[in-house]
Design a protein around this ligand. Structure first.
Ligand SMILES: Cc1cc2nc3c(=O)[nH]c(=O)nc-3n(C[C@H](O)[C@H](O)[C@H](O)COP(=O)(O)O)c2cc1C
Length: 177
């Protein structure tokens, strides 16, 4: 079994969730090959061999990130005291493709390939979520969603993740296989 987890992350929170999901998949299925990659490194050829594709990103403006929201995310972090790492990750992510671009070149899959979508989002009224848009795109490429899209909560826009979310992500990953 080959599992591929692809994520987009400006400040590192979605990356941490993706890594926890990968850990959960690995623990549930120790003989599986599990790869967890940022979208810029998620070569589309790797998707062809995956039996399970899990895709996640940050919620921006109620949905998936866009070129504009990614630039806003970089700007919001630049120059904040003590946030050098987040600012660096945001700038690096913004240089590469976002999930919207990546999905445009994703090949359709063979019927029966499993997939799941997740996002990170704030605990605010009308937060929206990127996971629904991700799930829709997976379905358009003929992936079979094994579970409902899931959101994981950040306390502030640039994190940290809410206590317990990494453990929840690990369990969510484990039930995908
Ligand atoms: C430009 C921008 C727009 C955002 N819009 C929303 C939003 O509509 N709803 C929400 O819940 N969170 C919103 N957020 C907060 C993000 O969801 C949060 O930054 C993200 O989950 C952090 O993940 P990351 O560290 O992987 O980038 C926004 C953040 C940015 C930078």
């Amino acid at each position: 079994m080959q599992a591929l987890i692809v994520y987009e992350s400006m400040y590192g929170n979605t990356r941490e969730i993706a890594e926890a999901i990968a850990e959960g998949v690995h623990e549930a299925q120790p003989d599986a090959s599990v790869r967890c990659l940022p979208v810029a490194q998620a070569d589309l050829d790797l998707t062809r061999t995956a039996d399970l594709l899990v895709v996640g990103g940050p919620t921006h403006m109620h949905g998936m990130s866009s070129g504009l929201s990614r630039r806003m995310a970089v700007k919001a972090e630049a120059g904040k005291d003590g946030h050098r790492e987040q600012a660096h990750e945001a700038a690096t992510t913004a240089e590469g493709p976002g999930l919207r671009t990546w999905f445009r070149s994703l090949p359709d899959t063979e019927p029966g390939t499993h997939a799941a979508a997740f996002d990170t989002r704030a605990d605010i009224k009308h937060s929206g979520g990127a996971a629904d848009g991700i799930a829709r795109r997976l379905t358009q490429h003929h992936y079979d969603l094994t579970t409902e899209p899931e959101g994981f909560i950040v306390e502030e826009s640039d994190g940290p993740l809410r206590a317990g979310e990494l453990e929840r992500a690990k369990s969510w990953g484990a039930q995908l296989v």
